[in-house]
Design a protein around this ligand. Structure first.
Ligand code: HEC
Length: 115
């Protein structure tokens, strides 16, 4: 009887882990769509495509940033630029009116680019 219970717990844990992993991937995929819709690529590049400011690969600042830092960059870039002493041009505009879900997915996408 004890064994059956622990097998059930183990199965439940596997199912939970699998579903949260796929939710993470789904969020990043949706975030990629937000990235495209908001035309972030006018200034930023991913996989070498887009503007001058690479978000992934060598020289990217993203690897040093937490999800909270990334959120600040998207919502309050002027403050983030001050904090990180960024002088890069053209300055990023604030995407403060993005629906929360889009913002969360976009941040998940940014996090997925970190290597
Ligand atoms: C008008 C140009 C412009 C657009 C459009 C833009 N950004 Fe930026 N972004 C910048 C600049 C400039 C920086 C500061 C880069 C630096 O200091 O190296 C920056 C920094 C960032 C950072 C911090 C990491 C880094 O590379 O410094 C993130 C994350 C980011 N942008 C995400 C986005 C997202 C997501 C969008 C679309 C919603 C977007 N940006 C649109 C100009 C832009």
């Amino acid at each position: 009887m004890k064994n059956t219970a622990s097998v059930c717990v183990a199965i439940a844990m596997v199912v939970l882990a699998a579903s949260s992993a796929s939710a993470g991937q789904g969020a990043a995929d949706k975030g990629a769509a937000v990235y495209a819709a908001q035309k972030c690529s006018m200034c930023h590049s991913v996989a070498g495509k887009g503007g001058k400011l690479a978000l992934d690969g060598a020289g990217s600042n993203l690897g040093k940033l937490s999800a909270a830092d990334i959120t600040e960059w998207i919502v309050k870039p002027a403050e983030a630029a001050k904090k990180h002493a960024s002088k890069a041009k053209p300055p990023m505009r604030a995407y403060a009116s993005l629906p929360k879900e889009d913002l969360d997915n976009l941040v998940a996408y940014m996090v997925s680019l970190k290597k």
